[in-house]
Design a protein around this ligand. Structure first.
Ligand code: PLP
Length: 387
């Protein structure tokens, strides 16, 4: 007994991944949260339970765990990342309002705004990611600014505390799509952001077998967002919630290994004659390195590189034996894609050129395989791709 009145330190993320929000159930259930599959419940205890209302046991456990990981008052699990992003846009804006979007946001986000919300009266402006040009984008009816960092596919690092401060001083809600970094590497609410959204389909689920999304922030923001998610019908079902809970248990281990592998591959690729350039968070000069170090615990599992002019992109992809050409990301298996032909294929060619995305650019989502096996696969691909 020391008599110390100091608060115990908050548990490590590894521990939160396993225990935060766990339900206290009788011993017969064992260690794992039972999966509630019902969509019909006796209502006579005064609660109308229904999976779409987010009031099942699985919703309670998984959303509390995610809130703990993001350091949020509250979190909500949705049926997809786009379900979460739709809820944000439709809750925080009205016809005639204005939003600021980082130039090069996820294609589905841009398509939601331009294809669905602009016809309903929303206006938007693209922002180049520099803090000193943000104030110029803000108008009377600007309601929110939305950003991703690191960006897709070129892994630029945006000054997140700078953005959050400026947004707050103008009374604008700051929103970050934290899919690429995950709370393991970056906790934007602690950097001053109001709202975090995820495509949980990627790193949070991590095994390329689940579609889900996450919202995290204050109770004041999450309350209205939850109503919108219920109205939109973007709530996740019990079985997939259980799958997400299982995945979260290994989130820290997976992301740390993916980051370590990606960092090593970025270094090795940068020294290979078949590569014209490598993009990885913090490699874009001293300023970017300082920024990445100050707001991220590590660089993450995503990297991008350009093949040199003497390598054929299609032959390179065909020659890979271990790394699978696939569009999604964040899984335990490494996947690779050519953004110009996949995620960014819908853009006009000059638009792609402006963003620096050409056919020689490859985006690699690094998995948890042995690093030397991955490196051998890339080396063999580069060799066979030579003209
Ligand atoms: C995949 C993705 C989304 C969309 O999420 P879904 O789960 O596919 O709806 C949003 N943002 C980013 C950064 C993504 O990679």
């Amino acid at each position: 007994m020391t008599g110390s009145s100091r608060k115990p330190p908050s548990p490590a993320l590894e521990t939160l991944c396993l225990h935060a929000g766990a339900a206290s159930l009788s011993a017969e259930f064992g260690l794992n949260t039972p999966v509630v599959t019902s969509s019909a419940f006796d209502y006579r205890d005064g609660t109308v339970r229904y999976p779409r209302y987010h009031n099942s046991l699985n919703h309670a456990v998984v959303s509390a765990r995610l809130a703990a990981l993001e350091g949020a008052e509250q979190a909500l699990v949705t049926a997809s990342g786009m379900g979460a992003i739709s809820a944000i846009m439709m809750t925080l804006t009205r016809p005639g309002d204005h939003v600021i979007l980082l130039d090069g946001l996820y294609g589905g986000t841009m398509d939601l705004v331009a294809g669905l919300l602009v016809p309903h009266g929303l206006t938007y402006r693209l922002w180049d990611g520099r803090i000193d040009s943000l104030a110029d984008c803000i108008g009377d009816r600007t309601r929110l600014v939305m950003v991703e960092s690191p960006t897709n596919p070129l892994l630029d690092v945006i000054d997140l505390p700078g953005l959050a401060d400026l947004a707050r001083s103008h009374g604008i809600v700051s929103v970050i799509d934290n899919t690429f970094a995950t709370p393991v590497l970056q906790q934007p609410l602690k950097l001053g952001f109001d709202l975090v959204v995820h495509s949980g389909t990627k790193y949070l689920s991590g095994h390329s077998d689940l579609l889900c999304g996450v919202l995290a922030g204050s109770q004041a923001l999450l309350g209205p967002l939850k109503e919108t998610v219920i109205r939109l019908g973007a709530s996740l079902n019990g079985q997939d919630l259980a799958l997400l809970e299982r995945s979260l248990k290994t989130l820290v281990l997976r992301v740390q290994r993916q980051s370590e592998n990606a960092r090593t591959l970025a270094d090795r690729l940068a020294g290979h004659p078949g590569i014209a350039g490598v993009r990885y968070p913090g490699r874009g000069g001293e300023r970017e390195r300082d920024l990445a170090t100050s707001q991220m615990a590590d660089g993450g599992g995503m990297l991008a590189f350009w093949l040199a002019a003497d390598r054929d992109p299609a032959r390179f992809l065909d020659a890979l034996a271990l790394i699978c050409p696939a569009v999604s990301l964040g899984g335990v298996e490494s996947t690779i894609c050519q953004p110009a032909l996949t995620s960014h294929a819908r853009l006009e060619p000059d638009e792609r050129a402006r963003l620096g995305i050409d056919e020689r650019l490859m985006r690699l989502s690094v998995g948890i395989e042995g690093i030397d096996d991955l490196w051998r696969d890339l080396q063999a691909g580069l060799e066979q791709a030579a003209y």
